[in-house]
Ligand binder design. Structure first.
Ligand SMILES: Nc1ncnc2c1ncn2[C@@H]1O[C@H](COP(=O)(O)OP(=O)(O)O)[C@@H](O)[C@H]1O
Ligand SMILES: [Mg+2]
Length: 321
């Protein structure tokens, strides 16, 4: 029987749904490891002397033997980890978080020889928007004209060249804060200190009301159209979501971006211009997709479970590190 681990944050709905699907429909054993509650959970062990096998604690209070794993779904490891109140020094609290994270990674890097969805380092690297935009463009996708800068003159010149209004968004984002993409005008770009404070993404606005959320799971591509009058559809109360067929050229380019970034999956945000041209905005290496199922009845949970089963069928054991 195959064994899968999902590394994620405590209480993750995606982990719960996919675990149930894999266990009940496909007979695959699934353990969930909550990467943000490792402190005080116990059960994390590695040694190079005979004796204890490498283990990790599972979210439900059990212990997982890393050597038994065939596949790891590396979903989330950057939440807001809990640290016991007894650790009061802020520097020590940071150290606790870093050490638990390094322990988790180390155990898997050294002892896990199966298949990653997706490799942790590829995932981290792929999250960079400058890298994503460069790769997408090189592979033939249309991308918005973009400036990332902390230079007030360059930012104002860019805005002026795009009719005085551009989209501004963060390079990374932060869990628990809502910093959506928004329009900024030359008027609001007068303060040099606001521009120099951090590297920000400025983009031409892609017009229209139709967005695509495209799930690339291995070779399979599932696309949903999200129709909303809001610039950032996450703020919309009125959005319509439905499955759409996308042309094979677009599907293939998105697959190639995923592969070029070293990922096994990717959840893409694409905006459709009124002339029908799809414009790549970003790829989320571990993007959410179950909300699309909830709003469109597309069977994405089962599609993802099937993807995991297909990956399991092709596990080639790597040589241990
Ligand atoms: N250049 C743009 N033109 C039009 N809409 C945009 C643009 N950039 C972002 N948006 C809107 O804002 C949303 C969030 O931007 P996105 O690039 O996906 O970054 P993130 O999801 O990391 O905040 C997009 O899904 C889209 O609705
Ligand atoms: Mg997005």
């Amino acid at each position: 029987m195959s064994t899968v681990a999902i590394i994620t944050l405590a209480g993750d709905l995606h982990a719960r749904v996919i675990r149930r699907q894999l266990q009940e429909v496909h007979g695959v054993e699934v353990a969930v490891v909550a990467s943000d509650t490792l402190s005080a959970a116990g059960g994390l062990t590695w040694s190079n002397v005979a004796g204890p096998a490498p283990t990790l604690p599972t979210e439900d209070g059990g212990v997982l033997d890393v050597a038994d794993l065939d596949l790891v779904w590396w979903r989330r490891c950057h939440g807001r980890p809990t640290v016991p109140d007894a650790v009061t020094d802020p520097q020590m609290r940071k150290l606790v978080v870093k050490d638990n994270r390094a322990g988790l990674r180390g155990l898997l890097l050294a002892g896990f020889t199966g298949t990653w969805i997706s490799d942790p380092y590829a995932t981290e690297r792929a999250q960079n928007k400058i890298l994503q935009l460069s790769v997408a463009r090189r592979l033939g996708l249309t991308v918005p004209r973009t400036l990332v800068s902390t230079d007030p003159a360059a930012v104002r010149d860019f805005a002026r060249a795009h009719g005085g209004t551009v989209i501004a968004k963060t390079m990374t984002g932060l869990l628990g804060t809502s910093l959506e993409a928004g329009r900024v005008t030359l008027e609001s770009l007068r303060d040099d200190d606001e521009i120099t404070v951090s590297a920000t993404v400025y983009q031409e606005e892609v017009p229209g009301t139709d967005h695509l959320r495209v799930m690339v799971f291995g070779d399979a591509v599932h696309a949903a159209r999200i129709r909303s009058g809001e610039l950032d559809w996450r703020l919309a109360g009125d959005m319509e979501v439905e499955p759409v067929a996308i042309d094979e050229r677009l599907a293939d380019r998105l697959r190639r971006v995923t592969v070029r970034l070293g990922l096994r999956m990717g959840v893409f945000d694409v905006k459709l211009r009124p002339d029908g041209e799809p414009v790549f905005l970003e790829v989320n290496p571990q993007g959410q997709f179950l909300f699309v199922e909830g709003m469109s009845d597309m069977p994405l949970g089962e599609a993802f479970a099937q993807f995991v089963v297909d990956e399991l069928a092709r596990v080639h054991r790597r040589v241990p590190a």
